[in-house]
Design a protein around this ligand. Structure first.
Ligand code: NAD
Ligand code: IPM
Ligand code: MN
Length: 352
């Protein structure tokens, strides 16, 4: 049987703290499935810059593109705030996404019954929320050229090619077929030409290949309001890079903490799996970060890149179980440390 090769990039701040627990879960589940696993840990982000290298060192890039999957903690350090984009930790992450060709970033958001009181929103609004945000990850204003600062003027370019919209929309339609059959495409077509093209391409693909799925279009400002007012109405949301980044941090409020949110970035090669949160400098080094977003990302790794859905389901079940038993890190009002939450997950897995 082939060995599963995973590159682990702990990164900065709470990245290594949450990633450590995710690797632990990955190892445990592979062992119980009788699979050989090789985890290679490499530097990326501020930790690589601090060592005098690029944010995405060449050796890290080379290992990632050859791996079966990549597991990332988080990148970003306050000391790099104000440093030009090219020399920031975040540039390593953008370069890695591009190197892996991961154009679709899947961010599931669902309310967890045991945590219903952790949400700042009213129970009847949040209860039953279950959506998948499909964020375009390799284009839009994040990558558009030209960009720069010239004297007193700074500029970025938001652009999308038809094929970039089509491939991410396809992921959304396919996902909706396996879920509740609704895709909401979020754009700003009342103002932006980019969104007008986006909307046209999504419509064309829908008519040509996915007319069994219900498609609706919504402006991003209105979608932001519905995310808080009526989140249950969303099934699959597909949107551009920047809108998806913003909407998913807002959506993290629904289950109760950004520390819970997992993600999978997929393309044609190895997938990249990371919690949606950042390096959380305000709590880094204290061992109190919630590792469940990182651990949930391992579930997605099993479900997608590794082709082991049974193991993915085991990890998801363990997360639900520990939460329904009342285990909570600080962000959810409890007092478990990061590693104690990891212990609880490993114990729950051991009982399955
Ligand atoms: P953040 O997500 O790091 O933190 C926002 C808030 O959420 C903070 O109060 C933090 O304590 C809390 N939080 C985040 N993750 C948590 C967890 N697992 N458990 C408990 N609480 C958690 O966002 P930020 O402060 O805007 O960004 C900090 C740095 O991280 C910046 O450098 C940013 O660029 C970077 N960043 C990286 C990624 C990534 O690597 N994928 C994602 C977002 C931000
Ligand atoms: C995320 C982060 C990144 C993004 C940053 C760190 C580049 O906010 O993964 O959500 O904006 O994509
Ligand atoms: Mn973000």
């Amino acid at each position: 049987m082939t060995t599963i090769k995973v590159v682990s990039l702990p990164g900065d701040g709470i990245g290594p703290e949450v990633n450590g627990q995710a690797v632990r879960v990955l190892e445990l589940v592979c062992k119980s499935a009788g699979r050989n696993l090789e985890v290679v840990e490499l530097p990326m982000g501020g930790v690589a810059l601090d060592a005098g290298d690029k944010a995405l060192p060449d050796a890290t890039r080379a290992a990632c593109v050859k791996a079966d999957a990549v597991l990332l903690g988080a990148v970003g350090l306050p000391k790099y705030d104000g440093v030009p984009g090219e020399r920031r930790p975040e540039k390593g992450l953008l370069d890695l996404r591009a190197a892996l060709g991961v154009y679709a970033n899947l961010r599931p958001v669902r309310s967890i019954p045991a945590l219903i009181d952790s949400s700042p929103l009213k129970k009847d609004i949040v209860d039953g929320t279950d959506m998948l945000v499909v964020r375009e990850l390799l284009s839009g204003v994040y990558f558009g050229e030209p960009r720069g600062i010239e004297g007193s003027y700074a500029f970025n370019t938001m652009g999308y090619h038809e094929h970039e919209v089509e491939r991410v929309a396809r992921i959304a339609f396919e996902a909706a077929r396996k879920r509740r059959g609704l895709v909401t495409s979020v754009d700003k077509a009342n103002v932006l030409e980019v969104s007008q093209l986006w909307r046209r391409v999504v419509k064309q693909l829908h008519e040509a290949e996915y007319s069994d799925v219900k498609l609706e279009h919504q402006y991003v400002d209105s979608a932001a309001m519905d995310l808080i007012r009526n989140p249950k109405r969303f099934d699959v949301v597909v949107t551009s890079n920047l809108f998806g980044d913003i909407l998913t941090d807002a959506a993290a409020v629904l289950p109760g903490s950004i520390g819970l949110l997992a993600s999978a970035s997929l393309g044609d090669g190895p997938g990249l799996f990371e919690p949606i949160h950042g390096s959380a400098p305000d709590i880094a080094g204290q061992g109190i970060a919630n590792p469940l977003g990182a651990i949930g990302s391992v579930a997605w790794m099993f479900n997608t890149s590794l082709g082991m859905p049974e193991q993915g389901a085991m990890v998801e079940k363990a997360i639900d179980e520990v939460l329904s038993q009342g285990h909570r890190t600080r962000d959810l009002g409890g007092n478990l440390s990061t590693s104690e939450m990891g212990d609880a997950i490993c114990q729950a897995l051991g009982r399955q």
